[in-house]
Design a binder for this molecule. Structure first.
Ligand code: F6P
Length: 313
């Protein structure tokens, strides 16, 4: 079986562990596209061993490189990518929601695909977890824990901006840190008088304040200057947490999740010949097999078999 893997969109800590485990299992039969769908269009495909996955297993990033590839949605480029994809028995796609859609397009056009949710944003509709999310939240909380002591020394207020694109999940989970005083996960949460009251009270008690804000809601500097007008007595600072969310070393839990995802890819490849997505749903790993347009959950399949058996018995 000739397999192809690619990592698409933003890289996510844990991707490299999956790549290494697939390499360990499939060796010479596994090829990699350099830089996601872009590599598929350019036919930039090499045996994965060329990218030395064994060297990077426990590191963040993606040793086979990532890219954002809007061209993939254009018919002209998609056709070329499809031709290259068809040279393989299976194409394994790791990425976020956009990459899932791209993967579905390949499947609909006759390519057998396996999708693994991998993005710090955790925004893949079919899965409750995507590789990279735990590490990203951990990096945010660590940053807060390392910055707040100096804020506390001056009774200052600090506004932390998290990543997540359109998803509130990183901000929400980061704000579960005991140090967070206020969460701005959506525009509706920007209630200046309410936030000023919290900051003022903390200051009067001789304490700092910590505000967590999701990216892309408004410019951090604009938010700070508006809040500052209501609490001139408090010094307000801002920190954009930034790329440590993607570049941090995967947490142990992340690596464990990555191992489960990899194990299930191997299981799918060794047992069935459908396209599939490996997901984590309602506290369980699951395989969503795709028979043409219909998606069948492995857990559902098991349940149906059990019911059938009980009826017969
Ligand atoms: O998709 C992951 C992500 O890190 C988002 O959270 C963020 O908005 C975006 O990528 C940043 O993209 P870039 O690396 O292109 O700046």
């Amino acid at each position: 079986m000739k397999l192809l893997v690619l990592t698409s969109g933003g890289d996510a800590p844990g991707m490299n562990m999956v790549l290494y485990l697939l390499y360990k299992e499939f060796g010479k039969n596994l090829y990699a596209c350099r830089a996601g769908f872009k590599g598929l269009i350019n036919n930039d495909i090499l045996p994965i061993s060329e990218f030395k996955p064994q060297k990077y297993a426990r590191c963040a990033g993606s040793c086979i490189k990532c890219s954002r590839c809007p061209e993939f949605k254009e018919e002209k480029w998609f056709k070329i990518a499809l031709e290259n994809a068809k040279k393989f028995d299976v194409v394994i796609v790791m990425g976020g929601n956009g990459s899932y859609k791209g993967c579905q397009d390949l499947h609909r056009n006759g390519v057998r695909t396996i999708f693994i949710p991998s993005t710090i944003d955790n925004d893949v509709t079919v899965s409750d977890y995507s590789i990279g999310f735990h590490t990203a939240v951990n990096a945010c909380q660590e940053m807060i824990e390392n910055i707040m002591p100096t804020m506390e020394a001056f009774d200052r207020c600090c506004v932390f901006e998290t990543m997540g694109r359109n998803s509130e999940k990183i901000a929400k989970c980061t704000a579960t840190s005991q140090l967070c005083d206020y969460l701005i996960a959506s525009k509706d949460d920007i209630d200046y008088p309410k936030i000023a009251e919290i900051v003022k009270n903390n200051h009067q008690l001789g304490h700092s304040s910590c505000i967590v804000m999701k990216e892309k809601l408004m410019k951090q500097s604009t938010f700070i200057s508006s809040l500052q007008k209501l609490v001139p007595e408090v010094e307000i600072r801002g920190t954009v947490i930034g790329y440590v969310q993607r570049g941090s070393k995967p947490t142990i839990i992340e690596l464990e999740y990555a191992k489960f995802f990899a194990k299930l890819i191997i299981k799918v490849l060794c047992t069935k010949d459908y396209s599939a997505a490996i997901v984590y749903k309602n506290g369980k790993f699951d395989i969503l097999y795709q028979k043409d347009e219909e998606i069948i959950s492995c857990n559902r399949e098991k349940l149906e078999k059990k019911i059938k058996k009980q009826n017969i018995d």
